[in-house]
Write a protein that binds this ligand. Structure first.
Ligand code: SF4
Ligand code: SF4
Ligand code: SF4
Length: 445
């Protein structure tokens, strides 16, 4: 169903002003989070930077934005804005074609998401400190803003978003499961279109900031939903469509960087559940005591789990397939990467189930921080003294079970499609997902 048939939606997306208004609110909130982290209370649960970034924003992102709107967050994310304004030499008006800065092409060898995998892992390994220490959160938020600005002055378009952002990598991967997409309407119109303004820009807007050609889009992964192509296409050939969930996964990716991203997210959710919600005090201590020998051991276990144990078991299970790889050389890269696609729905549901625990346990801090964002004893809205208590405890376990079982069924169906594409059996992947789901249920419940 095409949403952009509705004139109200279409005009709201074509105009730059509604998006700019949201951008400015987000940018103010982002800068305030940095300042709160630097000058507010060091008590994480009473500091806006921790509470609004890691509880409120995370809840909205993982429970609503990614599952239902894919890269919807990227459409309003403030991080690339200052760099983009600097790069364009304009806030609203499309500039002349002269590059303002170096405007280099991103190096070919780095045109993949390995750097995003690394940047996510770096945050993940330090996350216990990041999630509890306001000034560390502020430093990371500021570093992302300045990295985006710096890259905008060196490389063309949104290189930070496309190749470096630790958040954008997993949003892009999971956005394939979302029931929304931006696509062209008629392929033939693109074939005969002069100048391809959706990619090269025109007086009406900028060439695709994410360096994709909208006319060739078949997946959500690298479209940041910035809406520029809706503004630039002279033939009204771009649509926003509602579609079935996970439509992109019927054509699985064969890229190893994306396959490993699936393992990174899948494994990180299980490790976080163990560290933050599990009964193992020693594991928690190791994760929190950054720089100690226990922490280095934790890093080795974390990376070993993600890069060796989980993919190794996956590969081993595929090699037991009654219908082996057509290449006849064990599990080929194409088979491995294609079937790793099946981990996406379950991985997303692992994060949903884990985040429900984390968010519902800590949500009352949002009310406290709203009234006293810096922890200075203010009471702006009369909610500063809200007593801490976990919310909706009675529905937590059923909701988590539902998410995990639903994720398992969803992944099993995805595995069947992916296995059909590469002509192998889906049974090993389904068994792998089943065992992982049991492990996650055990960790969470
Ligand atoms: S990729 Fe990262 S920085 Fe870029 S818009 Fe998305 S979340 Fe924001
Ligand atoms: S500008 Fe429109 S018609 Fe032309 S190539 Fe892009 S999407 Fe297709
Ligand atoms: S210009 Fe179009 S294809 Fe490119 S990121 Fe923006 S919305 Fe997606």
């Amino acid at each position: 169903m095409e949403l952009t048939r509705n004139p109200f939606i279409k005009n709201a997306l074509k105009s730059r002003y509604p998006q700019l208004a949201v951008f400015i609110v987000m940018l103010v909130g982002y800068v305030f989070a940095i300042l709160a982290g630097l000058i507010g209370t060091p008590v994480g649960s009473h500091n806006f930077s921790i509470v609004f970034v890691w509880i409120a924003w995370w809840a909205i992102l993982i429970l609503v934005a990614v599952p239902f709107f894919g890269r919807g967050w990227c459409a309003v994310c403030p991080i690339p804005l200052p760099g983009e304004w600097l790069q364009r030499g304009a806030v609203l008006t499309p500039p002349d074609k002269k590059p303002k800065w170096l405007n280099l092409r991103w190096p070919k060898a780095l045109r993949n998401i390995w750097l995003q995998n690394i940047s996510f892992l770096l945050l993940a390994l330090f996350s216990s400190v990041l999630l509890t220490t306001p000034n560390i959160t502020a430093i990371v938020l500021a570093a992302m803003l300045f990295a985006a600005i710096g890259l905008s002055t060196i490389f063309e378009r949104r290189s930070f978003c496309r190749y470096l952002c630790p958040v954008g990598g997993f949003i892009g991967l999971y956005s394939q499961t979302a029931p929304i997409e931006l696509r062209i309407k008629e392929k033939q119109v693109c074939v005969t279109c002069d100048g391809k303004p959706c990619y090269n820009g025109s007086a009406n807007g900028y060439g695709c900031p994410w360096d994709v050609f909208p006319g060739g889009l078949t997946k959500n992964t690298y479209c940041g939903l910035c809406m520029e192509c809706i503004r630039t296409c002279p033939h009204d050939n771009i649509a926003i469509n509602l579609r079935p969930f996970s439509a992109d996964l019927s054509k699985p990716s064969t890229r190893m960087d994306e396959a490993f991203k699936a393992f990174i997210m899948f494994g990180s959710a299980m490790i976080y559940a163990g560290v933050l919600l599990g009964p193992w005090g020693a594991l928690k201590d190791a994760a929190y005591n950054v720089g100690t020998s226990a922490w280095f051991m934790y890093v080795i276990i974390f990376l070993g789990m993600i890069f060796i144990i989980l993919p190794g078991l996956f590969s081993f299970s595929l090699s037991l397939s009654p219908n082996p790889s057509p290449a006849g050389r064990g599990v080929g890269v194409r088979v491995f990467a294609s079937l790793a696609t099946a981990l996406l729905p379950l991985g997303l549901m692992f994060w949903v189930a884990f985040s429900l625990s984390f968010v519902l346990t800590n949500a009352t801090y949002i009310f406290v921080s709203l009234s006293d964002p810096l922890g200075l004893g203010w009471n702006l809205f009369g909610t500063a003294n809200t007593a801490w208590q976990p919310m909706l405890t009675s529905i937590l376990a059923p909701a988590q079970t539902l998410a995990l079982v639903g994720g398992l069924i969803w992944s099993a169906r995805t595995a069947q499609k992916a296995a059909g594409e590469v002509k192998v059996s889906s049974i090993p992947v389904i068994i792998y997902c089943f065992i992982a789901t049991l492990a996650m249920l055990w960790l969470l419940l």
